[in-house]
Design a protein around this ligand. Structure first.
Ligand code: NAI
Length: 289
């Protein structure tokens, strides 16, 4: 199948990024959210990124206008009646995702592929709530979408070969590198990344080092562009905790137990950059932090 038109559901951080790269690759994209204000916020985020690209002479004004013209606002899932692919990027809650997929199944034509950008929920379980599990797949973009090359393409137990091939080729059309992953908790990216972050938090918890020394060791010793605690603040400590819990529950191994200090920070509302305080204090100027 040649994908021409897609819908992205959820115009938040990830959905707006996915819509942007899809439109940049020439696709018509319906950008869906629950109301016009949320869609406009997503659209403004895209516009802001594109303006930066114009400023840096990566694209010109006409190209920016063309990309924006390919993004069509939608506040009604029924607009998905003629799309080839849907990429769902709503909140990370199983019941919300299931309800979206069940609605889509009734609206979309029989060739439409239903992809989820979930970072941790089982694709097989989302697929099982529909009558078309062979057309359900994971398409896990990384944050920020416009900058990161990787897309994990996750096969649910019933995902068909045809669905996999179309999504892999779509990711390539969008300028990404698709990596095939089987459906297990955390997939590959978060199965490795989040336990590393959790271990870094254990190092603080047990007094092995300070926040700065742990970050410095990984940056200077392993060439990581960001230290694990800085990265945890960027991802959101609540999200890190949620993924550790998913790994712990899904794999049943005590090595995935979340660090008590991570729980404590989340309990305190210290969620990282988005709340202004995590391992670092974002109310203070970066140079003095
Ligand atoms: P976000 O909170 O920025 O955006 C979610 C959007 O979905 C909101 O605009 C919300 O209004 C909308 N929404 C909620 N229910 C809806 C419904 N029923 N219909 C239409 N829109 C609905 O969240 P974010 O960070 O963009 O995450 C979205 C998904 O992407 C989640 O599944 C998350 O796990 C996944 N993800 C997040 C990454 C990250 O670093 N934030 C990285 C990779 C995947």
């Amino acid at each position: 199948m040649n994908v021409r038109k897609m819908m992205v559901i959820g115009a938040g951080q990830m959905g707006s990024g996915i819509a942007q790269v899809a439109a940049e690759s020439g696709l018509t994209v319906l950008l869906n959210d629950m109301n016009d204000e949320l869609i406009q916020e997503g659209f403004s985020r895209i516009q802001h990124h594109l303006e930066k690209r114009v400023k840096n002479n990566k694209i010109n004004e006409e190209e920016m206008a063309l990309v924006l013209s390919r993004i069509v606002p939608s506040n009604d899932l029924r607009d998905a009646h003629d799309v080839d692919v849907v990429v769902e990027a709503v909140v990370e809650k199983m019941e919300v995702k299931k309800s979206v997929f069940q609605t889509l199944e009734r609206i979309c034509p029989s060739h439409t592929i239903l992809a989820s950008n979930t970072s941790s929920l089982p694709i097989t379980e989302i697929a099982a709530c529909t009558q078309c599990p062979e057309r359900v797949i994971g398409m896990h973009f990384m944050n920020p979408v416009h900058a990161m090359k990787l897309v994990e393409v996750i096969r649910g137990l019933a995902t068909s070969e045809e669905t996999f091939k179309v999504v892999k080729s779509l990711a390539q059309t969008m300028g990404k590198v698709a990596v095939e992953v089987q459906d297990f908790p955390g997939f590959i990216a978060n199965r490795i990344l989040i336990p590393m972050i959790n271990e870094a938090i254990f190092c603080i918890h047990e007094g092995v080092g300070t926040i700065e020394s742990v970050d410095q060791v990984l940056k200077l010793g392993m060439n990581h562009p960001m230290g694990p605690l800085e990265l945890a603040d960027f991802i959101g400590l609540d999200t890190c905790l949620y993924i550790m819990e998913t790994l712990h529950e899904g794999l049943g191994d005590s090595k995935y137990r979340p660090c008590p200090l991570l729980r404590k920070y989340v309990m305190a509302g210290w969620l990282g950059k988005k709340s202004g305080r995590g391992f670092y204090d974002y109310s203070i100027d970066k140079s003095k932090r």
